[in-house]
Design a protein. Structure first.
Length: 74
């Protein structure tokens, strides 16, 4: 079987499989732009500092966290 015949067979099988799927579209209308959190006053959470300390265990003399750039970046 050559590539063209094989491609036609795959497309035919895919078309048959898709024929059984309900393809109605659903649209969602969101009134709020920021849906990740409510707007308001910022809060300080101590657990945030603990998480950052795990990622950057060293601190500079001025109190800044010392972090490494990912090894995959160059």
């Amino acid at each position: 079987m050559d590539i063209k015949e094989e491609a036609e067979k795959v497309l035919k099988e895919l078309s048959q499989a898709l024929g059984e799927i309900d393809l109605r579209e659903t649209y969602y209308v969101v009134d709020e732009i920021n849906i990740t959190r409510r707007d308001g006053e910022p809060t300080r959470k101590e657990e945030f500092r603990e998480i950052i300390r795990k990622n950057a265990p060293r601190m500079a003399e001025n109190g800044s966290y010392v972090m490494e750039v990912g090894k995959w970046l160059k």
